[in-house]
Design a protein around this ligand. Structure first.
Ligand code: NDP
Ligand code: OXD
Length: 315
C-alpha cells in the first residue's frame, strides 16, 4: 500500500520521514519521487500541486494536513473518495492559545501600552473585567467550541454563531442568518473561526462590522475583529475603511485574501492592525502525521474514517 504526500509550501522530504516512521508497513512517496500511480491508496495533502490526482485509480481516501479543506475542494481534480480533515489536539489547543492571547491583547489594550512604551509614556487606562466584555465567535465547530470554553473560563461573556442551532453550557448560541444581527449586536470582540465556503466567502465586510455592538465597556477598543478562519472570508478594503472611520477599533488577522500578505498591503502598517502569518494553530507535524496514520490503520482494520468532510456543505 502506498501513501502519497502532496504539498506545496512545506518541506516534502520531512513529511515522508514522519509518515514512514508512523506507517513502517506502507510505502511513502512524495510528488517529487518516481512512483506507480496504481499503487497509491492514500493522499496526504496541503495545497497539492496540480496533476496530483491524475491516474490514481486505486485511491481510497484523501487526508488534509489541515483542518480546512478549501485548498482541496478548490483543486478541480479531487476524485470522489472520502475527504478527511484534520482534527487533533495539537492543532485545536494551539488555536485556542492564539485566540485567548489576542482577545486579551484587545481587552487589555496591550497595543496601546506598546505604543506608550515606545514613547516612555506612563499613562493608565480604564480596564474593565472580563465579565464586562462580550466576545462572539463565528463558527462553533471543533475550534470555536474549544476557544469558547477557554474564554468562558477566563470570565468573558461568550456567544457563538453557527449554521445549525446548538446548546452549549455557558455559551449563548445563535444560528443561521436570521440570528446573525442579534449575535453581532451583543458582541464587543468578534472572533472568526469559520471555514471558507460559498456561503461564508466575503462575509466579513462593512455591513457586518456595522452590526457589532456600540455600547461596549471600552469604546476606545471595541468593537474589534479577530480572524483566524480564512482570508477569503474578509474584504480587506472594508476592514481598512472600517478601522479608519471608527466602525472597528482594532483587528488581528492571521489569514489573508492573498498569502503571503503582499508587502504593498496597507494591513502591514495600519496602526490598529496586528498581523500574524497564518500561524495561529501552528501544530506539531509529528502529531499530525500520527493522527493520519491512526486513521489509516483504523480504516484498514475495517473501522469508519472520522472527520469526513461533507462536500455539499463545503466543510
Ligand atoms: P468545523 O467544521 O469543526 O466547524 C466549522 C463551524 O463553522 C461550524 O460550527 C459550522 O456550523 C460553522 N459554519 C460553517 N458554515 C457556516 C455558515 N454558512 N454560517 C454559520 N456557521 C457556519 O471546523 P474547525 O472548527 O475545525 O475549523 C474551522 C476553520 O478554521 C477551518 O475550516 C479553517 O478554515 C480554519 N483554520 C484556520 C487555521 C489557521 O491556522 N488560521 C488552522 C485551522 C483551521 P455547524 O456547527 O452548524 O456545522
Ligand atoms: C488549517 C490551517 O486549516 O492551518 O489547519 O489553516
Amino acid at each position: 500500500m502506498s501513501l502519497l504526500i502532496a504539498i506545496t509550501g512545506w518541506e516534502n522530504g520531512a513529511w515522508r520521514e514522519r509518515f514512514s516512521a508512523e506507517l513502517p508497513n506502507h510505502h511513502v512517496v512524495t510528488t517529487d519521487d518516481a512512483y506507480d500511480p496504481a499503487a497509491i491508496r492514500y493522499v496526504c495533502a496541503w495545497k497539492p500541486p496540480s496533476g496530483t490526482f491524475d491516474t490514481l485509480d486505486n485511491l481510497q481516501a484523501v487526508f488534509s494536513l489541515g483542518a480546512g479543506v478549501d485548498h482541496l475542494l478548490r483543486h478541480g481534480e479531487l476524485p470522489d473518495v472520502p475527504l478527511v480533515r484534520m482534527v487533533d489536539d495539537s492543532l485545536t489547543l494551539r488555536m485556542s492559545e492564539w485566540v485567548v492571547m489576542h482577545v486579551l491583547m484587545h481587552h487589555r489594550q496591550q497595543r496601546l501600552f506598546d505604543r506608550q512604551q515606545r514613547e516612555s509614556l506612563w499613562r493608565e487606562h480604564t480596564q474593565p473585567v472580563a465579565s464586562e466584555v462580550r466576545v462572539g465567535i463565528m463558527g462553533l465547530g471543533v475550534l470555536g467550541q474549544d476557544a469558547a470554553g477557554k474564554l468562558s473560563a477566563l470570565g468573558y461573556r461568550v456567544a457563538g454563531w453557527s449554521r445549525t442551532a446548538k446548546q452549549i453550557d455557558g455559551i449563548e448560541c445563535f444560528a443561521g442568518e436570521t440570528e446573525l444581527q442579534r449575535f453581532l449586536a451583543r458582541t464587543d470582540i468578534l472572533i472568526v473561526l469559520l471555514p471558507d465556503t460559498p456561503d461564508t466567502r466575503g462575509i466579513l465586510n462593512c455591513d457586518l462590522f456595522a452590526g457589532l455592538a456600540r455600547d461596549g465597556a471600552l469604546p476606545e477598543a471595541f468593537p474589534a475583529l479577530i480572524n483566524a478562519g480564512r482570508g477569503a472570508l474578509q474584504v480587506e478594503g472594508d476592514i481598512v475603511a472600517c478601522l479608519d472611520d471608527g466602525t472597528l477599533k482594532g483587528a488581528t488577522l492571521d489569514v489573508f485574501e492573498t498569502e503571503p500578505l503582499p508587502t504593498s498591503s496597507l494591513l502591514w502598517t495600519h496602526p490598529l492592525v496586528t498581523v500574524t502569518p497564518h500561524v495561529s494553530a501552528d501544530s506539531q507535524p509529528d502529531a499530525l502525521a500520527r493522527a493520519i496514520a491512526q486513521q489509516i490503520l483504523r480504516h484498514e482494520a475495517g473501522e469508519p474514517l472520522r472527520n469526513v468532510v461533507d462536500r455539499k456543505r463545503g466543510y
